[in-house]
Write a protein that binds this ligand. Structure first.
Ligand SMILES: [Zn+2]
Length: 226
């Protein structure tokens, strides 16, 4: 904990203070480029893997980067974040980013061994349909990779059940993306629902629209730190 507390002091003195012109406007407004759902795994840091400064990403982290299907009057944090990002922040892009070695998804293979009253069971059980027709065989790494891919696609489909999402998709005012972050290489792959083979984002980058981004990149901010 001491390391974390010291980090907050270093951030204020070495990052915030020398970059006040960047941080001050963020004290009363935000214009994030995208809403991102990803796993609460400590190794997956959206701002770092996308090299984005504060104010760029509106992030929801949870075990397995799950998005519950829309329910009228539903009160999940995911539903609230979708509504806020779309109606208050006018976000035009939503990313669902899975990752390799995901413990939450690994747990789905043996969910029946968990007590039903466990919170992990209750969180993962509504998502069990991603296991449908998945052939579980000896090569568990391969099975997990396929589950990660299917899970991202399922969450994109769940997103589309939200009326605000569906309405904006129909109007061409919202774009959804499936990503997979590879812990072993630092590479992020694009998951296309129509293809079984994830493609490196670097291969499709030319097709993405340029967004209005904050003036400073995370890398530039980090350069201020001695
Ligand atoms: Zn995970």
């Amino acid at each position: 904990m001491k390391r974390l507390a010291e980090g907050t002091i270093v951030f204020k003195d070495k990052v915030f203070e020398p970059n006040k012109e960047f941080f001050q406007p963020l004290s009363h407004e935000q214009h994030p480029v995208a809403l991102m759902f990803t796993c609460c795994d400590s190794r997956v840091e959206p701002a770092i893997i996308t090299q984005s400064p504060p104010g760029t990403l509106f992030v929801v982290k949870n075990p397995g980067n799950l998005i519950p299907k829309y329910q009228v009057g539903g009160s999940s944090s995911e539903a609230a974040a979708i509504e806020f990002a779309l109606t208050m922040l006018n976000v035009h892009h939503i990313i669902v980013c899975g990752h390799t070695d995901c413990a939450a998804l690994k747990a789905m293979f043996s969910l029946k061994d968990l007590p039903q009253e466990s919170s992990i069971y209750q969180w993962l059980a509504p998502n069990l349909e991603v296991l449908d027709s998945l052939e579980v065989h000896q090569d568990l790494d391969e099975c997990l990779n396929e589950l990660i891919r299917r899970n991202v696609i399922q969450q994109l489909q769940n997103l589309a059940t939200y009326p605000e999402v569906a309405k904006r998709l129909e109007a061409g005012a919202l774009h959804l993306y499936g990503w997979k972050y590879r812990l072993q290489s630092g590479e992020t792959m694009l998951i296309d629902p129509f293809s079984c083979k994830p493609e490196p984002l670097s291969a499709v980058i030319a097709n993405l629209e340029e967004e209005v981004r904050p003036d400073m990149t995370l890398g530039q901010i980090e350069k201020q730190v001695p």
